[in-house]
Design a protein around this ligand. Structure first.
Ligand code: HEC
Ligand code: HEC
Ligand code: HEC
Ligand code: HEC
Ligand code: HEC
Ligand code: HEC
Ligand code: HEC
Ligand code: HEC
Length: 478
């Protein structure tokens, strides 16, 4: 028995070795390896003569870039290096390169010469504006608390952290080179030398610009993950993620037309819900088009609230919600869809009313009554506590409810919110009150005490003062 098994294995090994030798002999004698590559990149018949020039030199200099481009739809459409990298003599980041004027950065303005609808939608999105806050001292965490301006005047935390997701202002040095403190960077709201905002390649990885790559959840997961906005982790543990990863081969990810319910039905990806076409809507590159809440603010408001308060005209939240529901309806019934939104709103409203509004009120009272400093952030422990409550834990709960991840709603979300509120925030406020009384700010201490007492006497919180409250849903059935 042992003997025969051995010989079968040996035979297998010899057979494979033989196959390898034979195929190598065939391939090398006919030059098939070389032919394969050459077939992929046909002679540059219709390519502009500038691009043909770039490509033939870069084929040697950067074979990977050349090959990625060769695998792209752009290559097939005669869109070459020069069509994307060409620059005007007046562009701030123009460089003279061999016989050409080019720039390294290919901005949304450059892509928009051919893809103007995508560029227009992207330009009006929140994504395009994501870099606006980062260069300033408003970015206290990266500039001051965690960092210092030690890299060409920039904080390394900002350069390699925040800015890589949000984008930074790309600076051009006097000799035309890009300041290493600001590039490489393909953050979603990068401020480009040509004045345009954002980077299409934040999602569309160069140089293949593959449609399959960008429809996958990983394209968004580069930024949308972690303790403060774990959309990627939420998706992975939602039923949608479970279905996606078990059915990737049924997702038609490389299909030119990609409509949920027509071209695939196994699962939605991030793109499906937030961007892609349905039978009723075209693709959108404004990622806010279908969301009705702002779930990242300390207190959630409807997404159009700020603009309306400023008198601006924007797409009303109800219409955005209607559009998202139309996505759900590609695969689900109207009842499931509507009931889901009731559950989702339930979590957001509970978080807002029970913890976020009271928490914000307490923080305001602490500042106004000088129990903590008004102008400096993060110099008082209670500020860190409050920050983690809304920025990490409260967001996780809201995002979990929006995208169906029960663990994020409960254990990573509301459990942590409640724990932080009752056993960190409230005791720290009480300590600050005691300190203020001792230090002679009796009026301030009393004012904060009053706010805290009112909150803790409210029906949601009075259990904490020793009042027994029946938990309705765990009462014994009649
Ligand atoms: C005769 C050869 C040659 C030609 C022609 C050529 N390049 Fe280059 N290019 C190079 C070399 C060499 C480098 C440096 C490569 C490196 O550092 O790995 C370079 C670098 C670049 C860079 C990166 C520059 C940087 O500062 O990071 C870009 C972008 C680029 N080339 C685009 C082009 C485009 C577009 C064309 C055609 C308009 C072109 N090249 C034509 C040889 C060439
Ligand atoms: C569809 C547009 C497009 C085409 C076509 C294109 N590029 Fe690029 N290229 C980009 C983008 C986008 C970047 C990223 C620059 C940035 O925004 O930071 C880039 C970056 C580069 C870089 C610097 C980044 C690195 O990884 O070193 C080089 C070099 C480069 N391209 C060379 C080429 C060459 C050579 C060709 C032709 C074979 C080519 N590109 C064709 C869009 C294009
Ligand atoms: C000179 C015109 C031109 C420029 C500049 C250009 N593109 Fe394209 N792009 C095209 C054409 C043409 C096609 C269609 C190719 C096809 O369908 O065969 C295309 C296709 C695409 C696709 C779809 C790929 C697919 O598999 O369906 C994406 C994504 C894309 N481009 C992104 C970009 C980005 C991002 C930039 C800038 C970095 C850019 N393009 C710059 C002309 C251009
Ligand atoms: C891993 C990528 C990543 C890093 C690093 C990062 N952010 Fe963000 N940030 C995001 C994403 C994604 C969102 C949107 C979250 C959402 O909508 O749920 C966001 C949202 C924000 C917002 C809210 C914007 C609004 O419209 O309300 C601010 C402010 C912000 N980030 C500041 C920073 C600062 C400051 C740093 C560095 C100290 C930083 N971020 C680091 C990805 C990142
Ligand atoms: C937030 C990520 C993201 C950014 C940023 C982004 N795209 Fe896209 N883009 C996508 C996704 C996802 C798709 C695929 C949508 C689909 O097929 O349903 C897509 C599709 C496309 C297509 C193919 C459209 C079609 O009709 O098939 C083009 C062209 C394109 N993008 C160009 C751009 C340009 C130009 C920019 C910059 C102005 C840009 N994209 C920025 C995610 C992004
Ligand atoms: C390179 C980082 C990055 C990538 C990649 C990225 N995002 Fe974002 N996204 C952000 C940041 C940062 C914000 C917050 C912008 C702000 O409000 O200032 C944001 C905001 C959003 C918002 C809220 C928009 C609004 O108008 O309120 C949605 C929804 C969103 N992203 C979805 C996606 C999806 C889906 C993808 C993938 C197709 C994606 N993002 C890819 C960084 C990114
Ligand atoms: C089944 C559809 C669906 C999928 C899949 C999905 N989302 Fe969402 N997403 C939603 C809904 C619904 C909301 C809340 C909409 C509202 O506010 O009305 C939302 C909200 C968001 C927000 C807004 C958060 C804020 O702070 O306001 C971001 C960012 C986001 N999603 C990113 C992603 C990313 C990244 C992925 C993939 C990893 C993804 N989504 C997958 C449906 C989806
Ligand atoms: C491309 C198809 C598709 C789209 C679009 C889609 N879903 Fe789903 N959904 C699924 C699949 C598949 C499942 C897993 C079904 C199962 O668990 O048996 C699922 C499961 C769910 C569940 C869990 C149901 C349960 O019985 O536990 C909810 C809730 C849900 N989806 C809500 C939504 C919402 C809300 C939207 C729109 C924002 C949406 N879905 C968009 C395919 C889709």
């Amino acid at each position: 028995m042992k003997q025969s098994l051995f010989s079968v294995r040996e035979f297998g090994k010899t057979f494979i070795a033989l196959l390898v030798v034979i195929s190598f002999a065939i391939l090398s004698s006919s030059g098939a390896f070389a032919a394969d590559r050459a077939k992929l990149l046909k002679p540059f018949k219709n390519l502009s003569k500038e691009s043909a020039n770039c490509a033939s030199c870069h084929k040697k200099e950067n074979p990977s870039v050349y090959q990625q481009w060769g695998n792209s739809k752009h290559y097939g459409a005669n869109v070459g290096c020069y069509e994307c990298h060409k620059a005007d003599v007046n562009d701030p980041d123009v460089i003279r390169h061999k016989d050409f004027l080019i720039s390294v950065i290919v901005s949304p303005k450059d892509c928009g010469e051919c893809h103007n609808e995508e560029a227009r939608q992207f330009a009006k999105s929140h994504h395009a504006k994501a870099g606006d806050i980062l260069g300033s001292l408003d970015n206290v965490l990266a500039e001051v608390v965690e960092g210092a301006p030690t890299l060409n005047g920039h904080s390394p935390v900002n350069v390699s952290g925040c800015s890589q997701c949000h984008g930074s202002k790309v600076e051009v040095l006097p000799n035309g080179d890009l300041n290493p403190a600001t590039w490489p960077n393909t953050g979603i709201g990068r401020i480009n030398p040509d004045g345009s905002k954002g980077a299409c390649n934040a999602c569309h990885q160069r140089h293949q610009f593959s449609i399959e790559q960008v429809r996958r959840p990983e394209a968004c997961g580069y930024c949308h993950l972690g303790p403060d906005h774990p959309q990627k982790e939420i998706y992975e543990e939602s039923k949608h993620g479970v279905s996606f990863y078990s059915n990737v081969d049924k997702m038609a990810l490389d299909s030119p037309k990609w409509v949920a319910g027509e071209d695939y039905e196994a699962a939605p990806t991030c793109a499906t819900c937030h961007m892609s076409a349905t039978t009723e809507m075209p693709i959108t590159h404004d990622l806010g088009d279908r969301i009705s809440w702002n779930l990242r603010a300390p207190i959630s408001q409807k997404i159009d609230a700020k603009a309306l308060a400023k008198g601006e005209k924007v797409k009303p939240w109800l219409l955005r919600r209607k559009d998202m529901k139309s996505v759900c309806r590609s695969c689900h019934s109207g009842t499931l869809t509507n009931n889901f939104y009731e559950q989702f709103d339930g979590v957001v409203n509970l978080y807002n009313d029970k913890f976020a509004k009271p928490g914000a009120k307490i923080m305001k009272a602490l500042k106004e009554n000088k129990l903590i400093s008004k102008d400096v952030s993060f110099d008082d422990e209670v500020e860190w506590t409050w920050f983690e409550l809304w920025h990490h834990q409260g967001r996780r709960a809201r995002h979990g409810a929006a995208m169906q991840a029960p663990d994020f709603v409960q254990w990573e979300g509301m459990y942590e919110v409640a724990k932080t509120f009752y056993v960190e925030l409230v005791p720290q406020v009480r300590e600050l009150i005691a300190e203020a009384t001792k230090e002679g700010n009796k009026a301030g201490a009393d004012a904060v005490q009053k706010v805290l007492d009112e909150i803790l006497a409210s029906k949601e919180h009075k259990w904490f003062n020793g009042h027994a409250v029946k938990a309705k849903h765990i009462a014994a059935p009649k």
